[in-house]
Design a protein around this ligand. Structure first.
Ligand code: MN
Length: 290
């Protein structure tokens, strides 16, 4: 018999002050590939937009045409509505509870705006965008989308009236989430009740981090509040979450990709030469256009 050991808290990382991405997304940088890319592999970057209330408007706010290559973007919407379209002709709208898992792979050009209806009515925007790296051999994958709608994402009760876990990717308590991923990972959207407790178990050696969207929670003895990212040791397997107040959390866990990372702006590759090539391909229109 082996005894499971608790992961230790490596650090509690605080998000940046808000800055705007385009005119539609007031984001806090939770982490980026320049500061924590190695520790958090395969996760590269996370921006948390909101909550922010927009007045009704006529012209959709957002980010115009821009490229991506070599990774995946995962947009998780809690409130508001976001519409996108890209150079392959694909597009769509996601709203509260929905997730868009986009594979940029070998490269695309897209735009991200508030949906026409959300623009017209106004209201609260609250969403996360997470970037997930791809192995070198997957960076040439064809661009693709998984629209994971709220009703396709299983919601599992935490024992003892502890709250709920929405399984976006991976598996919780034997229930699998709908996202297809290139490498093994868990992405869970958790809502924990005060006084409850969630005991989680992961593979030793994996990256594990917990972002607190709201509330306060104790994670293996360390206390974290809204906008904090708790980074756990790769060693150990157990995570004990004890909410001090009702808490909304995003849990990231995955097998690290142990390959060189060369990243610049919207491109994440394995060498500087590949980054130069990506810029050249984009400028010459080889990633398409809108
Ligand atoms: Mn983008």
């Amino acid at each position: 018999m082996t005894t499971a050991t608790a992961k230790t808290v490596e650090k509690v990382h605080r998000s940046s002050q808000r800055h705007w991405v385009g005119d539609g997304f007031p984001v806090r940088s939770v982490f980026g590939y320049n500061d924590l890319g190695r520790e958090l592999s395969p996760f590269l970057l996370m921006d948390y937009a909101g909550p922010h209330t927009f007045a009704p408007a006529e012209r959709p706010r957002g980010v115009g045409s821009h490229p991506h290559k070599g990774f995946e973007t995962v947009s998780i919407v809690y409130s508001g509505e976001v519409a996108h379209r890209d150079s392959s002709g694909a597009g769509g709208t996601i709203g509260p509870g929905d997730v868009q898992w986009m594979t940029a792979g070998k490269g695309l050009v897209h735009e991200e705006f508030h949906s026409p209806e959300f623009t017209r009515k106004g209201g609260e925007l609250d969403m996360v965008q997470l970037w997930v790296n791809l192995r070198a051999r997957d960076k040439q994958a064809a661009p693709g989308y998984q629209s994971l709608l709220a009703n396709q994402i299983p919601k599992v009760e935490v024992r003892g009236n502890g709250g709920t876990v929405r399984v976006i990717a991976g598996e919780y308590a034997g229930v699998r989430g709908p996202a297809r991923t290139f490498t093994p990972m868990n992405v869970w959207d958790m809502a924990l009740n005060p006084g409850g407790m969630a005991q989680l178990e992961f593979n030793g050696g994996d990256t594990t981090a917990l972002f607190v969207r709201s509330g306060t929670v104790t994670v293996n003895g360390a206390t974290a509040s809204a906008s904090d990212l708790v980074i756990l040791s790769r060693g150990g397997t157990q995570l004990n979450l004890e909410p001090v107040s009702a808490a909304n959390l995003l849990l990231l866990n995955g097998e690290p990709i142990n390959e060189p990372v060369s990243a610049y702006g919207p491109f994440v590759m394995n060498s500087e030469e590949e980054i130069r090539q990506a810029y050249s391909d984009f400028r010459q229109g080889r990633m398409g256009s809108l």
